[in-house]
Design a protein around this ligand. Structure first.
Ligand code: S3P
Length: 262
C-alpha cells in the first residue's frame, strides 16, 4: 500500500467511528424522549442545548477547525430536534386564533426547539402576491384574499411535520377547517382582548384593526368569531400570562394526550 492508500484507509476508519457514534447518539436521543414521556418530564429543555454549546466552546477553545466542528455539531443538534419532532407529530400543526393571539411567536419557537418548517400563511401570501396583506385587501378585496388562504391550506396537505400559522380569519370559512383537518391537528391560541390590544397596538399590517385598536372592538370581533374558532379546534390553549416555553410545552403534552386517546 502506498501512503495515499494508507491515509484513505485511516479516513475510512474515522468515518466508521463517526457513523457508529451518530447511530448511537440518535438511539440515545430516542431513549431520552421515551424516558421523559414515561416519567412525565417536560419534553422541552432548552437549557440542555445551551449547556451543550458551552461544552463545545470550551473544548474547542483556541483549536484548529473550531468553525467546521461547530457547524457539524449544529447540524447534529438540528438532527436531534427533527428526530424528536417526527416522533411526536406525524402530521402538521395548525395554529389558529385571533390576531395577536401568539400564532407567529409560537410557530417561531416551535421552529427553534424542533427545527420544524414553519408556514406563515400571511407572509407566504404577501410574498407570492408581491404586496402587503393591507394592499391585497385594498386592491382585490377580502374574498380574493380568503381564496388564497384556502388554496394554500390545500397545498399544505402534501406536507407533514410542518407548523402552519394561519391568519386570524382562516377558520371562519368552513371549507378551510375541513382542509386544515385533513392532515393537521388544530391548536387554538386564545388571549383576553386587553392582552391582544397590547400585542397589536404598534402594528399596522392588520387592515381589520386599523382605526379599531380598542378593547371594545377587539372583544366584539372576538365574540363573533368565538364559535367558529372553538368548533375548528382540537385543542385550546390560553396564552395570557404564560411564556412561549410554557405554551409550547402545554401544546406538546395536550397533543400527546389527544393522540393517545385516538
Ligand atoms: C386577519 C388576520 C391577519 C391577516 C389579515 C386578516 C383576520 O392575520 O390574515 O389581516 O381576519 O383576523 P394575523 O392573525 O396573523 O394577524
Amino acid at each position: 500500500m502506498n501512503q495515499l492508500e494508507v491515509l484513505r484507509e485511516s479516513l475510512g476508519q474515522c468515518d466508521e467511528i463517526v457513523l457508529d457514534a451518530l447511530l448511537m447518539r440518535n438511539r440515545i436521543v430516542e431513549d431520552i424522549m421515551a424516558y421523559k414521556e414515561a416519567n412525565d418530564i417536560p419534553i422541552l429543555q432548552p437549557e440542555q442545548e445551551a449547556k451543550q454549546r458551552e461544552w463545545l466552546n470550551r473544548r474547542m477553545e483556541g483549536r484548529r477547525h473550531k468553525d467546521e466542528v461547530t457547524a457539524v455539531f449544529e447540524e447534529i443538534t438540528r438532527n436531534s430536534k427533527r428526530i424528536q419532532a417526527r416522533k411526536l407529530f406525524d402530521y402538521n400543526i395548525v395554529l389558529i386564533g385571533f390576531m395577536g393571539a401568539g400564532k407567529s411567536t409560537i410557530s417561531d419557537f416551535l421552529r427553534t426547539v424542533f427545527a420544524m418548517e414553519v408556514v406563515e400563511m400571511d407572509q407566504i401570501i404577501a410574498e407570492r402576491e408581491g404586496m402587503s396583506i393591507s394592499d391585497i385587501f385594498e386592491t382585490y378585496g377580502e374574498e380574493y384574499f380568503r381564496n388564497l388562504e384556502t388554496e394554500l391550506l390545500i397545498e399544505m396537505q402534501s406536507k407533514t411535520n410542518v407548523v402552519i400559522s394561519c391568519g386570524g380569519g382562516v377558520p371562519m370559512r368552513e371549507r378551510n377547517v375541513v382542509e386544515m383537518k385533513k392532515n393537521g391537528r388544530v391548536v387554538l391560541l386564545t388571549a383576553k382582548p386587553e392582552t391582544i390590544l397590547s400585542r397589536v397596538k404598534d402594528n399596522h399590517d392588520r387592515p381589520l384593526l386599523e382605526g379599531n385598536k380598542n378593547v371594545d372592538f377587539i372583544a366584539g370581533l372576538m365574540e363573533k368569531r368565538r364559535e367558529k374558532y372553538q368548533a375548528a379546534a382540537d385543542i385550546v390553549i390560553e396564552t395570557d400570562g404564560k411564556d412561549k416555553l410554557e405554551i409550547c410545552e402545554e401544546l406538546v403534552q395536550r397533543i400527546r394526550t389527544l393522540d393517545a386517546e385516538e
